[in-house]
Write a protein that binds this ligand. Structure first.
Ligand code: IPE
Ligand code: IPE
Ligand code: MG
Length: 229
């Protein structure tokens, strides 16, 4: 691996393809999301073990709320179960977690449980896991502008908005991976990915294993980052 580009400090992933993974097996889409959740837990641990500092995943977009009630409820109940299953594990791995998104989209009890889980993990000092849940890039930008105005900001420069985003204090992703074959951002981290290296693969998220991650890292190591210079 090239020295300068050895390991991204921040990896972001659009975990796409759960539905197709399930359809190919004649399973309900929710089964694909359950398989995707397991994969997410595994890849999170792998990133922490590799020494990645920030790992951000797109778990549910503001637009995903327009899917069938059955799928949306299935996803929310999976999120709720994930809190019970994974908070202790994250704690043992010293992984801090931060959820970014508009939690007014879920019921108050789930939002409260998410905030409590975050709080419990806030003292961890290892990798930061950032979960984009009920997240939309445009919503985040509009919210940032409103917060900045409410805080009395009058002049905006390149850095102003960044301080009001959900991701304030988190460096921009070095590498953005999208699984599932689509080549688009789907409203993910529109501001933060200005100079991220983009990597697209056809692998469906529930199949994205260590080898697939290593292939992405290998490709990243060969990229020449220029930042316009
Ligand atoms: C991504 O998988 C997970 C979420 C959007 C919650 P999809 O559910 O979009 O899977 P495909 O793209 O339909 O295969
Ligand atoms: C993006 O995937 C959202 C998540 C992975 C959570 P989608 O499946 O919702 O994106 P589109 O609809 O293909 O653009
Ligand atoms: Mg999809």
């Amino acid at each position: 691996m090239n020295e300068q580009n050895a390991l991204p400090a921040h990896i972001a992933v659009i975990m796409d393809g759960n539905g197709r993974w399930a359809s190919r097996r004649l399973l309900p889409r929710t089964a694909g999301h359950a398989a995707g959740l397991k994969r997410f837990a595994e890849i999170t641990e792998l990133c922490a073990d590799m020494g990645v500092k920030y790992f951000t995943v797109y778990a549910f977009s503001t637009e995903n709320i327009n899917r069938s009630a059955e799928e949306v409820n299935g996803l929310f109940s999976l999120a709720s179960k994930a809190i019970d299953t994974y908070v202790e594990k994250l704690m043992r791995k010293n992984i801090r977690a931060k959820v970014i998104g508009d939690l007014s989209m879920v019921d108050a009890s789930l939002a409260e449980r998410i905030r409590r889980a975050e709080e419990r993990l806030s003292a961890c000092t290892g990798m930061t896991l950032c979960i984009a849940f009920c997240y939309g890039g445009r919503h985040e930008l509009a919210r940032a502008v409103n917060s900045a105005l409410a805080a009395g900001e009058r002049e905006f420069d390149d850095g102003t908005l960044g301080r009001y985003l959900y991701t304030a204090g988190i460096p921009d992703p070095d590498l953005l991976i999208r699984t599932g074959g689509e080549k688009r951002l789907s409203n993910f981290l529109l501001y933060q990915c200005a100079y991220s290296e983009l990597y697209f693969c056809d692998t469906l998220w529930p199949d994205f294993d260590r080898t697939a991650l290593e292939a992405a890292l290998e490709e990243y190591s060969k990229r020449k980052r220029k930042f316009g210079r």
